[in-house]
Design a protein around this ligand. Structure first.
Ligand code: SF4
Ligand code: SF4
Length: 382
């Protein structure tokens, strides 16, 4: 048992209780729904960002009174939490930031704007085009203006460079958590990696969370040297890629680990997808450095999206992976279509077993998923 885990286990609830007091002390918050949101600008404006993507089924029925049923559960859950007033973090946010990533999300933001002001960034979708960099940089400047206006502050270059340093430190600390499982056998379960990193999104203060993440990894490394492990040399090592996953939508991860596997790698955007992307705080043009960083996120809403294939290949090697599961939320067209390319990469280039699972947040298909995952694990028993 890693003692430093306790702080993450209870973070969402504990920090919800601290929100009121923090606001009374003048603390400002910004709600975000995607890793494309440049948190550095929010920090430089003196506010704290929260990741608000909905990962629970509870508010979906309410969301369906406004949104179509045939929509990605993440979008419905995100809107449902906001509409039902059941997310204290949404309630505490002074501003919401969205991006034109997939069609469902960008149209949902139009409706969400009736509940609270949503600043939507226009995301270009070709990461390699020169025009994309110009457009994205101008969108970063538009966000900077909006933050300065809402928070009555000036985002100076010095504040921005300091925020870039802070965000780099947080990224490094999160990556160290994932990298624990490059060891064979794995040090911790995939569920624990998810809990630690996902809960970090509810931190009220970046310094606090960086310290907690570093303490966690330092303790885990000592315990690993003393023999702490999840599974053994023969445990099938699974890489999960695809859509974002958080606590409440982690059923596939649980089923893999209940069936004797170890989820050693999480490639999705709540996992490793952004963790190799850093900025140079001393860059001559820090806004351009930021723009380049975020355009490099290999999400399926980008086209072409070669970066995801490169990342997957590296992770398959670095995490000594035995099989890949590609998770798709129902009605997510971009990840669903891109699954074909991922399957080719995994089977042809790496000669590894591959399984695509399409599901939602409900428990209604757990039996079927369990049968498919059990068969997959049997196939790769070492
Ligand atoms: S999958 Fe892509 S669009 Fe969806 S939250 Fe992650 S980065 Fe954003
Ligand atoms: S999982 Fe797919 S459909 Fe859902 S928000 Fe992300 S990109 Fe959009």
């Amino acid at each position: 048992m890693i003692k430093a885990f306790e702080v993450f286990d209870t973070m969402r609830t504990a920090n919800a209780g601290r929100l009121k007091e923090a606001r009374e002390q003048g603390k400002k918050f910004v709600g975000t729904y995607c890793t494309f949101c440049p948190e550095e600008l929010i920090i430089a404006a003196g506010a704290a960002p929260f990741g608000l993507c909905g990962t629970k089924e509870d508010p979906i029925a309410s969301a369906e009174q406004v949104l179509p049923r045939n929509l990605c559960p993440l979008i419905k859950s995100s809107y449902g939490f906001a509409a039902t007033g059941t997310c204290p973090y949404f309630q505490a946010s002074d501003l919401i930031i969205g991006e034109t990533t997939c069609d469902g999300k960008k149209k949902m933001f139009e409706v969400m704007n009736d509940l609270k002001p949503v600043h939507v960034m226009q995301l270009p979708h070709d990461p390699e085009a020169a025009a994309s960099l110009d457009l994205w940089k101008s969108e970063l400047n538009r966000l900077k203006d909006r933050l300065e206006e809402v928070f009555q502050t000036e985002i100076t270059e010095d504040k921005l460079r300091a925020a870039m340093r802070l965000k780099n430190r947080e990224t490094t600390a999160k990556r160290r958590v994932h990298d624990l499982n490059q060891r064979v056998p794995a040090v911790i379960s995939g569920i624990q990696v998810l809990t630690v990193t996902w809960m970090s999104g509810f931190a009220l203060n970046k310094e606090e969370i960086i310290e907690a993440l570093e303490a966690y990894v330092d303790e885990a490394l000592v315990k690993a040297d003393e023999g702490l492990a999840f599974g053994d040399q023969n445990t099938p090592r699974i890489l999960v890629t695809g859509v974002p996953v958080g606590l409440g939508s982690e059923k596939v991860l649980r089923l893999v680990e209940d069936n004797g596997g170890a989820v050693v790698g999480l490639e999705n955007c709540t996992g490793y997808k952004t963790l190799r992307l850093m900025t140079d705080p001393d860059a001559a043009d820090p806004m351009e450095a930021l723009a380049r960083k975020y355009l490099g996120i290999p999400c399926s809403c980008m086209s072409p999206n070669k970066g995801r294939m490169e990342l997957l290949s590296d992770m398959i090697t670095d995490f000594t992976v035995d099989g890949v599961i590609d998770l798709t939320w129902q009605a997510c067209h971009t990840y669903n279509i891109e699954s074909y390319t991922v399957a080719e990469l995994v089977k042809q280039k790496h000669n590894l077993p591959f399984l695509q699972l399409e599901t939602d947040y409900s428990q209604s298909d757990v039996q079927t998923l369990n049968v498919r995952i059990a068969a997959f694990m049997e196939m790769i028993q070492k």
